[in-house]
Design a protein around this ligand. Sequence first.
Ligand SMILES: Nc1ncnc2c1ncn2[C@@H]1O[C@H](COP(=O)(O)OP(=O)(O)OP(=O)(O)O)[C@@H](O)[C@H]1O
Ligand SMILES: [Mg+2]
Length: 383
Amino acid sequence: MSRLALLQGVTRAANEADTLQEALQAAMRLVCDSIPFHWAHTWLTQARNDASLILFDFWYPGRDPSRTLFRIASHRLRPIAADSLPGRVLQSGRPIWSSEIEELLPHRCTEARAAGIRTVAAFPATVGREVVAVLEFFSTESLAAAPGITELLLDLGRQLGELVERKRLQREYADAMQRKQQEFAQQLHDDLCQDLTGLSLLGKSLAEQLREKNLGDWKDAEALATGLQRALEKTRDIAHGVLPVEFDEPQGLGHALRRLAWTTTSTRGVQCRFTQRGTPRLKNALVATQIFRIAQEAVNNAVLHAQATRVEVEMAARDGIVSLEIRDDGKGIREADLRKERAGVRIMRYRTGLLGGTFSIGPRKPAGTSVLCEIGSKSEGTT
Ligand SMILES: Nc1ncnc2c1ncn2[C@@H]1O[C@H](COP(=O)(O)OP(=O)(O)OP(=O)(O)O)[C@@H](O)[C@H]1O
Ligand SMILES: [Mg+2]
């Protein structure tokens, strides 16, 4: 692959990907295929102006146990030492290409030798002068650096840096929008609902007094009180719709999902059941709301498109991983819908991506569809 084709390939992947992971996966694969390396890591800084790196994602074709052990050793590099390969690139902002394995991988040397690494390369993903990620590549062959490779890696790094920055901004924007909505829902709930409750009680007692004294149009006063009660219920429903998960309580997501299953069963003609194992430790109500929205869309799809009789919503929390699965026993999703995803499915995937998780949708045996999202230990949603 030519230099231009590689850069174009990475740009295309970055534009088409819904999540940062997808884009980085494509970039690592393209670089591995074209330079050629065997496997790769991406280290990501935690946030803008927070230069502590974490091993965020990796590209490992095949299942070589010695490479897996090398990856585990890489995960253990926390905090990142200044003399480690990602630490050096972070400090200098310059690419490195070398066969000096012992010198460049001092903390992972035994595992690197066992995995047969003979050449390593690493380059920074940059926004201006700031390094926002470091990509590492490994080969079991002796590879000489081709002329112009440093410039190519710097160009790739600039492209990927922009991508990281764009995804971060998108997430910040989505978080800010949701925070606004949350404030709005809270105001509706705390202010308007309280006023309406007071007015409705006042209306009821007024109607009561007028009726007792048989005075004038007491029925009008009663209609007024009933109307106020209805307005109160509608406002509560709106607040619940905007923020279905109770603010920051650990059981909030479970309660909201149970309510979703119950409402679905009682109003939409399918048996919907919710089960939960373990209590997820989520970062905040925004994360819980994202997960709830995924469940809501998947249940809605099962009701609308699957002709299902049963829908199971299952949430499990174990070892810092939260998984949510929505299964139906309907006619199954068509291959064409999986190949070309529409808004509902794309948004579920996008929401999972915002939480740093993985999303899948597909047919299940003997019949029906399964939607699975897992928010794992490298996630931005769990604590
Ligand atoms: N559980 C399911 N069983 C069968 N088909 C499904 C299921 N979920 C989705 N589909 C198919 O996938 C298509 C895309 O779903 P998606 O949610 O993205 O869009 P939609 O529901 O048609 O519209 P919206 O964007 O408003 O949600 C659906 O039109 C339907 O054909
Ligand atoms: Mg839909």
